[in-house]
Design a protein around this ligand. Structure first.
Ligand SMILES: NC(=O)c1ccc[n+]([C@@H]2O[C@H](COP(=O)([O-])OP(=O)(O)OC[C@H]3O[C@@H](n4cnc5c(N)ncnc54)[C@H](OP(=O)(O)O)[C@@H]3O)[C@@H](O)[C@H]2O)c1
Length: 324
């Protein structure tokens, strides 16, 4: 697969990464069943076989089971550790992970970030992760604490590079005032149906264009050499075979995807992902299928370069409106 060099790092990552949101099967406190363990091993093995070299994790995914299952895989095949870029996320505390009467919350305190990374490292059976992302912005963030945590995690060799997820440009600027390491990733929800980040710029200064001006994320990240990762890149499957009562724009995007899949002799997944890969910002989709056969179907996107007209046709269909 083709690769991107993540700016300000020495990491070359495949243009598509594999995500582990649901790898552990369930979000309860039960350990994974043998079936779930076997499926996880098959999924990771298939992703690597297909050429993917990056795995996205978060300490909360299936309450730690996703970390542990990737760790099981690495315990069995430790020689693969250095061939995989492991990206971890921290900063969320789920309800029921602390005392039952406490709310779910975000926590970017020094103590929480250090503890979260150490817990993940032990589950993953590795001494370091390549990238750590702050999962979702914490309104109570004290950036000095984040800076101290990043310094200690880097100095101890536990984390090589740092980034964020779901952060706005100003939230990143605030962190940058204190954090000395470059923030190299912003992981955001981007797909044909959730394309505000792209649409916002297209409709700038157009009458009736719904321009919000609120995000500016895309241009900010491009300007600051922050690689954008797209979570839910195929909109959780909503783009494929939508039910008859699905909104008209979803039906239209799905029809256009089928038409292009036929034209390119490829899969629907590949077309949906190729739409993201066509963007010159070098967006890296993180796929999350739990069906191993959909991984090769997805990585076929790497071979497709949509034309400008095809890109806009998909964009128009998904938005349910043309550019004025
Ligand atoms: N930073 C954040 O806040 C955040 C939030 C969410 C996710 N993430 C990351 O992003 C990764 C991907 O997210 P995601 O899982 O939502 O991505 P996704 O790849 O857009 O969606 C995966 C879902 O789409 C379904 N799907 C795929 N192809 C399909 C098809 N042809 N027909 C029907 N359904 C199909 C899958 O079902 P099957 O499993 O049956 O194939 C699965 O339920 C996660 O694993 C995680 O690493 C990050």
């Amino acid at each position: 697969m083709k690769t991107y060099r993540i700016p300000n790092t020495e990491l070359d990552v495949t243009r598509i990464a594999y995500g582990t949101w649901h790898l552990g099967g369930t979000w309860d406190h039960e350990p994974p069943t043998q079936d779930i363990k076997d499926r996880a091993a098959r999924l990771i093995h298939t992703a690597l076989e297909c050429g993917i070299n990056m795995i996205d994790l978060a300490d909360i995914y299936t309450r730690g089971k996703s970390d542990t299952l990737v760790g099981d895989f690495l315990r069995q095949q430790p020689h693969l550790r250095d061939k995989i870029v492991l990206q971890e996320k921290a900063g969320i505390i789920l309800r029921e992970d602390s005392r039952p009467d406490e709310p779910a919350r975000f926590d970017f305190s020094y103590a929480h970030l250090i503890k979260a990374v150490e817990t993940s490292l032990s589950r993953l059976s590795t001494d370091h992760v390549d990238i750590l992302l702050l999962h979702r912005p914490d309104p109570l963030v004290e950036p000095e604490e984040v800076a101290r945590a990043f310094d200690d995690l880097q100095t101890s060799g536990k984390v090589r590079y740092f980034g964020v997820s779901n952060h706005t440009p100003l939230q990143i600027e605030l962190l940058k005032k204190y954090v000395k390491q470059p923030l190299v990733i912003n992981q955001l929800e981007v797909n044909l149906l959730h394309n505000d980040m792209i649409r916002d710029g297209v409709f700038a200064n157009m009458q009736g264009g719904n321009y919000t001006g609120a995000t500016g994320m895309l241009d900010y990240c491009r300007l600051n050499d922050i690689m954008i990762q797209a979570w839910s890149p195929v909109a959780g499957g909503k783009l494929f075979n939508p039910p008859a009562d699905a909104p008209a724009n979803v039906q239209a995007a799905a029809r256009e995807i089928v038409r292009l899949a036929e034209k390119y002799y490829t899969t629907k997944e590949a077309i949906a992902l190729a739409w993201l890969l066509r963007h010159p910002a070098k967006i890296q989709p993180i796929i999350g299928t739990l069906k191993p056969e959909r991984i090769p179907d997805s990585v076929r996107a790497d071979d497709i370069e949509l034309t400008r007209i095809e890109w806009y046709r998909l964009f128009e269909a998904a938005n349910g409106r043309s550019i004025p």
